[in-house]
Design a protein around this ligand. Structure first.
Ligand code: SF4
Length: 139
C-alpha cells in the first residue's frame, strides 16, 4: 500500500492544548487550517471537545498552573489518544527551562508520540509531522 492510500485510511481529529505558549505556535496551527495549507484535505480536523480527539497538539512550555488542568483534560480523552509536542517549548522547555513557574518538558510528564520542533514550526512542518503520525497510526 502506498503512502497516499495509507493517509486516506484514517482521519485524525485533533484537539489543541496550549499549556503556556507565547501564541506563535498556536497561530501556526491555525494557519494549517486556512485555505492556503488546507490540512482538512488529509482528513485532519480541529475539534472543540477533547472527547472527540484522536490527537492532542500541545504548544508552549508546561507551566505549573497548567499542569493540573492539562492532566485533567488528557484524562477525558478517548483511548488511544496521541500526544504531539508542537514547537521547541514542549519538546525541551526552550528559553523557559529552569524558570520558577515552569514544570518540565512534556515527555517527562507523559509519553509523547511525535515531536515537531521549531520556534515556531512552520505549517509545512506541522503538516509533515501529522502525516507521519497518520502512517504510524495505520501501522
Ligand atoms: S516554541 Fe517558540 S513560538 Fe512556540 S510557544 Fe515556544 S517560544 Fe513561542
Amino acid at each position: 500500500m502506498g503512502i497516499k492510500e495509507k493517509i486516506l485510511t484514517k482521519s485524525l481529529w485533533v484537539f489543541h492544548a496550549s499549556v503556556g505558549s507565547c501564541n506563535n505556535c498556536d497561530i501556526e496551527i491555525l494557519d494549517c487550517l486556512t485555505p492556503r495549507f488546507d490540512v482538512e484535505r488529509l482528513g485532519i480536523q480541529l475539534v472543540g471537545s477533547i472527547r472527540h480527539a484522536d490527537v492532542i497538539l500541545v504548544t508552549g512550555a508546561m507551566n505549573k498552573k497548567a499542569l493540573k488542568r492539562f492532566k485533567k483534560v488528557c484524562g477525558q480523552a478517548p483511548k488511544p489518544c496521541f500526544i504531539v509536542a508542537v514547537g521547541i517549548c514542549p519538546c525541551s522547555m526552550h528559553m523557559f527551562k529552569g524558570s520558577y513557574s515552569m514544570q518540565s518538558p512534556l515527555d517527562e510528564i507523559m509519553p509523547v508520540d511525535l515531536y515537531i520542533p521549531g520556534c515556531p514550526p512552520r505549517p509545512e512542518a506541522i503538516i509533515a509531522g501529522l502525516a507521519k503520525l497518520i502512517n504510524k497510526v495505520n501501522k
